[in-house]
Design a binder for this molecule. Sequence first.
Ligand code: MN
Length: 292
Amino acid sequence: MTNFKPIESIIQPPPIHWVGDGFIVHGFFPEQQSLEKRMSPFFLLDYNSKFEFSPSQKQRGVGVHPHRGIETVTIAYHGKVAHHDSTGNSGVIGEGDVQWMTAGSGILHKEYHEKEFSKKGGLFQMVQLWVNLPAKYKMTQPKYQPILKNEMGNFEIPNDGGKVYVIAGEYKDVKGPASTFSPINLYNVYLKTGFSVDFNFPENYNTGFLIIEGEVNVNDSKVAKENSFILFKNSGTDIILSAEKDCTVLVMNGEAINEPLAHYGPFLMNTKEELQQAFEDYQNGLFGHLED
Ligand code: MN
């Protein structure tokens, strides 16, 4: 018998704002909706829905800034993003690829449009997720995992119905390459019109779907359109996703980190004292160095 996980709400995309001059985002949480606890361990979801950038000699983006206490996960759907950080890591990700950066004890980074993409301009669509770190890993050593689409776990939906790309965690025994500090399932689901795919998640894990493209029906009960976010209740275990139109869906699922949060700007710690320490360490140059 199917033990459906019911929909709690379908959230329409909040008004857009610019992040630097390279990202124009719907801040689904924590800005507009108090979902940072409902979606823990995911703390922030910024979504750049489809936007056409004009050609530019300047690489648009966000200049050097710090992070501590989180991981930032950037998922590209259209366009290309480049990245540099103070530990010496850099990379470029394109359609379907992911940058998984663990800020841990502290890192400086910058994120901007890749050079050739900037020159040509074009369609741009990205997600940035912040994943909280459990207290005991807040000060873990910074690291960077570039995860290309063809390195992800890949579950083929029967009869050429589409694919589930596993970025982190597991889907029907297919594992994702990202190493995480708490239990997380993160997938990109590509589903063709008329096909369905089923998920089975622990009751208590927080679950959200972002509809990147197309239109979906969930549990044969509700339809959600492109750019909306579906929040699920923490009851039941089974979800059936059907494509009303060819669709791409980002599936976020994870075990909540039930610890106090102290947030300011790019830092996410457990106490005010730790936030204060983060500022001091940043100002004292302990996050390293990165050229503008
Ligand atoms: Mn950042």
